[in-house]
Design a protein around this ligand. Structure first.
Ligand SMILES: [Fe+2]
Length: 190
């Protein structure tokens, strides 16, 4: 059975900063270590915007490994799908449910902020269906807490470099997923 829900809210950051924070995958396991302590790119087809990632997430207080497909749709859309438990022999919520997410960032020019729209689709067997709101609550909590950590990082950088200053992300030594695309869309704003 399928259950869909959306989470929409505003992030107090210009879109070029919100996108940079998402694509800066190196910060995940440091800043978000309470939720995810492993992030490993397993596969990347050259010239594609699709990667296969192994990552751990803490859901319902339990750390669960998963392998999933992650797709970037420039300039500001991020999809995750084909989530599989990893390793397969460790019991995981992903043996029971399959979660796909589609995150879109939209600029809010009036306030120089970002509207974040997360569409979530959960596939589950009928006997899990009565617990769908619990699953929704757990996913929402994870997302809200992770975004709060990102906002702390964004405010710290804002204090040092000024609001909307993404020059640090554009520097050559700074790693970022799909950096060529990022530079193309957000590289000449200042
Ligand atoms: Fe983050």
């Amino acid at each position: 059975m399928n259950y869909k829900f959306s989470l929409t809210y505003e992030l107090d950051a210009p879109i070029e900063i919100a996108v940079a924070a998402y694509l800066d995958s190196e910060h995940y396991i440091f800043l978000h270590k309470d939720y995810t302590d492993k992030y490993e790119v397993l596969h990347h087809e050259p010239h594609s915007r699709v990667i296969t990632v192994r990552q751990t997430w803490k859901l319902f207080g339990v750390s669960m490994g998963q392998v999933y497909t992650c797709e970037y749709v420039p300039p500001a859309q991020f999809k995750n799908y084909h989530v599989k438990p990893s390793p397969w022999y460790i019991p995981s919520i992903h043996h029971l449910i399959s979660v796909s997410t589609d995150l879109k960032y939209l600029p809010n020019p009036e306030k120089n902020t970002t509207i974040s729209i997360l569409d979530v689709e959960v596939e589950m067997p009928f006997w899990i269906y009565p617990f769908r709101y619990l699953i929704q609550k757990a996913i929402k909590k994870l997302k809200v807490e992770k975004d709060a950590e990102d906002m702390d990082m964004i405010y710290r950088r804002e204090k040092l470099f000024g609001r909307g200053n993404n020059a640090g992300y554009l520097m050559e030594h700074q790693f970022m997923l799909y950096k060529d695309d990022y530079v193309k869309y957000y590289g000449s704003l200042k």
